[in-house]
Design a protein around this ligand. Structure first.
Ligand SMILES: [Zn+2]
Ligand SMILES: [Zn+2]
Ligand SMILES: [Zn+2]
Length: 87
């Protein structure tokens, strides 16, 4: 089974914003929120039309995000395309 080799890029971050940073600026809406575990950026998921969490990865190469939806404790490594469990 594949393993994520980017766990050392996870920092003790706090979400910068309550909602997707870019959507808030644009006055747009999102479906779910994802937190970048390298820098604390909050972006919207791929079900949202703006996909800011994925765009944040492409812009910064920060590899790992996690869901900050209530009751969800999974994350995702964009580089390995691997689901992570933060439970
Ligand atoms: Zn990884
Ligand atoms: Zn967004
Ligand atoms: Zn980031």
């Amino acid at each position: 089974m594949a393993e994520c080799t980017h766990l050392d890029q996870i920092h003790d971050v706090k979400p910068h914003t309550q909602g997707c940073e870019e959507c808030l600026k644009m006055g747009d809406r999102w479906v779910h929120l994802r937190l970048c575990l390298s820098c604390g950026h909050v972006g919207c998921c791929d079900s949202s039309k703006n996909k800011h969490a994925t765009k944040h990865f492409h812009a910064t190469k920060h590899p790992i995000m996690r869901s900050i939806e209530r009751g969800e404790d999974w994350g995702w490594c964009y580089i390995d395309e691997l689901e992570l469990d933060f439970a």
